[in-house]
Write a protein that binds this ligand. Structure first.
Ligand code: K7E
Ligand code: CUA
Length: 623
């Protein structure tokens, strides 16, 4: 299954296509016989690895890792280097463990969706450095969410954004979190709801990139602007920084504008593109009123507004695009190649000035490949994503080779390779997307894990592997098993976060919050009932709630504790209610009392020796 280097040279990309195809059809690259993949070479290597990942009881990890949960719709939080799973942040999916998706606010935020597909967490940045304020995550259903890192809670789900279809290349932020960026993976006729026959794909279907504005103080997302693009599949993105600040780069495949069996039809050309977008120029053009309103948002058409978008030819079906810490280089990985291509930002600017173009696509100039390329680095087969370390070090994941290649920007030498078990997708380095990466740790986010863990049946976990990159020789330290579906993750220095552990009482401005059991009880207006409830060890007050059949009941729960880790729950049997309130928090839930009878409610979070006594009855009287 693994391609020999010689076979690659002879067989060209067809070999890679076949390798990828074989994987997709379920014939995954298998471990060498009698072994279960890469291990630390010797017992002494193993003890070094153990010591490097061992966090003694009571000690804390050095970094947080925020991993995408793919189509679980969640974000997983790990500690690095221990790789211990610390917490799950529900974003696009109800999560009974924290009551997410059951109370009125989170239910409203989820809208009619019960799933999302998260690929790319993006930590907020100030001057190109993670600032520890928010985490933005994309959803394939055209949405972006904001998680507040003060309390690790999802605060906003924005979208579906008009005209965007299949929001994969997202939620990348610009260096001062001016914008969170989006792009269509699946072009469609726009605005959404328009029908055009598939055989008109090349002309009537449109790609779209979108910029969501981020309010600098609150992080609130709002509609910015969009740009109309040719009907390619926009795949990954990265914002320019330092030298290239003000630019955004997006890879795209299917420059063939093909439909049907894309595996074949969209892999005909030798090169696809990276779209280079001058977002400051786009912002200016929007300010000058140059956008047309489509689907309720201002959209720039590059045909009418030149100078905003350029296309950089890049090796066959590129996947990742990654900007170096100094912003001077843009690394594009053609996943059907044996090299990763490095473009030089200065050369891109010169080519634009000299109109060094080789053609155009829907009015967008195509830059001359030879004029903007600095190097094709022979990293190995199936390069997907690149991360960075200090001293111009770069790390590229190789899906087909199932390995990570370490190489150097500027000299373009490949320094080392380490095998991954198995089939790495993304990789993430400590502070790896910032202007000042830390080195030290790198995590390979693998697509498969087979045979590296106790069997749990056919639905297997994925694996993430911790790699020591503190020396030039990379070393595998640890295997962690992660829930589906690890795409991208980011690693931030732990001391940049300062999470609260209780909601301070004085900050709780909820109109239905109460702090004294004397204020608890039922008020009624016609058939609308409001119940104010206090939860504190070890009573839910009131212990009886009486309503009439047919009433619409809003229950407001306030956890009046100000003690760390004293969470209380509210499980209401037969009514599908499951709420959790953190110390100092108020949540409401609303339901129709449409079943008469006696329904117990109880605290779901073990909170004290008398937790089991923390219970009461909802009485729904017949008419
Ligand atoms: Cu899995 Cu970024 Cu969606 Cu690559 S993506 S692997
Ligand atoms: Cu409160 Cu258990």
């Amino acid at each position: 299954m693994r391609q020999q280097r010689g076979a690659w040279i002879v067989g060209g990309y067809l070999a890679v296509v076949m390798a990828l195809g074989a994987l997709q059809s379920g014939c995954a690259p298998s471990a060498p016989k009698g072994a279960k993949g890469a291990k630390p070479a010797s017992a002494s290597d193993q003890s070094v690895a153990a010591m490097k990942t061992y966090i003694a009881p009571g000690d804390l990890d050095e970094y947080y890792l925020f991993a995408s949960g793919g189509h679980s719709g969640q974000v997983y939080v790990y500690g690095v280097p221990s790789m211990r799973h610390l917490s799950t942040i529900p974003v696009y999916t109800p999560y009974p463990a924290t009551g997410y998706g059951f109370d009125d606010d989170s239910k409203a935020m989820l809208g009619n969706f019960t799933w999302g597909d998260v690929h790319h967490p993006s930590l907020s940045e100030t001057q190109g450095d993670y600032d520890g304020r928010w985490l933005f995550v994309n959803d394939m259903n055209g949405r972006v969410a904001r998680v507040d890192l003060r309390d690790f809670k999802t605060k906003q789900i924005f979208g579906p954004v008009p005209n965007i279809s299949g929001n994969h290349a997202s939620a990348f932020v610009t260096p001062n979190t001016e914008y969170s960026m989006m792009a269509s993976r699946f072009s469609i006729p726009i605005p959404k709801g328009t029908v055009a026959p598939i055989d008109k794909y090349a002309t009537d279907y449109k790609g779209v990139v979108a910029a969501l504005k981020v309010e600098p103080k609150s992080g609130e997302l709002s509609l910015g602007w969009e740009i109309l693009m040719p009907p390619f599949d926009y795949d990954l993105g990265d914002a320019g920084k330092k030298a290239s600040d003000g630019w955004m780069f997006w890879t795209c495949y299917n420059s063939e504008r093909a439909t049907g069996k894309l595996e074949v039809t969209s892999t005909q050309r030798d090169r696809d593109y990276i779209a280079a977008i001058d977002w400051k120029a786009a912002e200016k053009a929007i300010g000058e009123g140059k956008g047309d309103v489509i689907g309720g948002v201002k959209v720039l058409d590059p045909k009418k507004v030149p100078g905003i978008v350029y296309l950089m030819p890049c090796g066959k079906s590129p996947h990742g695009v990654d900007v170096s810490p100094d912003g001077k280089w843009i690394v594009g990985s053609g996943k059907l190649q044996g090299v990763t291509t490095v473009f030089n930002f200065e050369k891109i600017q010169t080519a634009i000035r000299n109109k060094d173009f080789t053609g155009e696509e829907d009015g967008i100039p195509v830059l001359k490949y030879e004029s903007i390329k600095d190097a094709e680095v022979p990293v190995g087969l199936g390069p997907l994503h690149t991360q960075f370390g200090p001293n111009n070090l770069a790390y590229t994941s190789l899906f087909v080779d199932s390995a990570i290649a370490e190489w150097r920007l500027g000299t373009w030498e490949v320094i080392d390779k380490v095998p991954m078990s198995y089939s790495i997708g993304h990789l993430t380095a400590a502070e790896g997307d910032t202007v000042d990466p830390d080195g030290k740790y790198l995590v390979g986010l693998n697509k498969l894990s087979h045979g590296r863990h106790l069997s749990v049946g056919p639905s297997q976990p994925e694996s993430s592997q911790l790699v020591d990159i503190s020396d030039e020789k990379m070393k595998i330290l640890y295997d962690a098993f992660t829930e589906p579906e690890p795409h991208y993750a980011q690693i931030i220095k732990a001391d940049k976060l300062h999470p609260i552990e209780v909601y301070p009482k004085e900050e709780n401005k909820h109109p239905l919050a109460i702090w004294d059991v004397k204020d608890a009880g039922v008020t009624r207006q016609g058939n609308k009932v409001i119940v104010k409830v206090v939860e504190v060890r070890s009573t839910i007050t009131p212990t009886e709630i009486e309503v009439n059949e047919g009433d619409t009941v809003t229950v407001a729960l306030t956890n009046i504790e100000q003690t760390t880790d004293e969470l209380h729950g509210f499980g209401l049997l037969d009514y599908n209610v499951n709420i959790v309130v953190d110390p100092g928090e108020t949540k409401t839930f609303t339901f129709k009392a449409d079943k008469k009878g006696i329904y117990p409610y109880y605290c779901t979070n073990f909170c004290s020796a008398l937790h089991q006594e923390m219970q009461g009855y909802l009485i729904v009287k017949g008419r």
